[in-house]
Design a protein around this ligand. Structure first.
Ligand SMILES: [Zn+2]
Length: 200
């Protein structure tokens, strides 16, 4: 594959290539880097990966990432009355947290509807979302999905499901560019989008 006649190195490169965004060239460069590290450094790298993977889990309530059974945001009693913000992924929770503009709970869908990729409502945390909303704890749900075609379609689907419950439904205001990822939007743009959220 790489012309490197060492089976252990070939295997390392193959494993590195399973990481997102890592092609053959990057994998080869990373492998060469690792092979020149002192053994103790390699051990630290391996341990950091293992420790993070073993410690981090899905929050039992919101499905964001946490090192506890339930995350710090879900445990915060002051946030229980602030509405429920629906996002695609844990990174989006932290992006919105950085704006300081939302003081409620979150619900991470773990993706968006994507029929082409075989992602239907059952593959997402939609059933769990509906259970949380039916509990009557939340007066408002903020749909904060990425402004992509799939995000928009998911918003429309969720709004139709939630509307019969009589919960106020809002979504992020325009200002977010189409095709953008909330994770990479600057804080001010995201803040404006949250402040100008619209009723659905
Ligand atoms: Zn949580």
């Amino acid at each position: 594959m790489t012309g490197i006649p060492l089976p252990t190195v070939q295997r390392l490169i193959r494993v590195l290539m399973t990481l997102p965004g890592v092609g053959p060239r990057t994998a080869q460069r990373l492998a060469m880097h690792v092979l020149q590290l002192p053994p103790l450094e390699v051990q630290r790298l391996v341990e950091a990966i293992q420790e993070a993977r073993m410690s981090v889990r899905s929050c039992a309530q919101c499905f964001s990432m946490t090192e506890d059974e339930v995350c710090a945001i879900c445990r915060d009693p002051q946030r229980a009355t602030g509405g429920l913000c629906v996002v695609e992924a844990p990174l989006n929770v932290w992006a919105i947290e950085r704006t300081g503009a939302f003081r409620g709970h979150y619900h991470v869908l773990m993706g968006v509807l994507s029929p082409l990729h075989g992602v239907g409502p059952e593959q997402l945390k939609i059933r769990e979302l509906m259970e949380r909303l039916r509990s009557g704890q939340y007066q408002e749900v903020v749909l904060a999905l990425n402004p992509t075609v799939e995000g928009e379609a998911t918003c429309t689907y969720l709004a139709a499901q939630i509307r019969p419950l009589g919960v106020r439904i809002t979504r992020l205001a325009a200002g977010l560019p189409m095709g953008a990822d909330i994770e990479y939007v600057d804080e001010l743009t995201l803040l404006r989008a949250l402040q100008g959220r619209l009723d659905l």
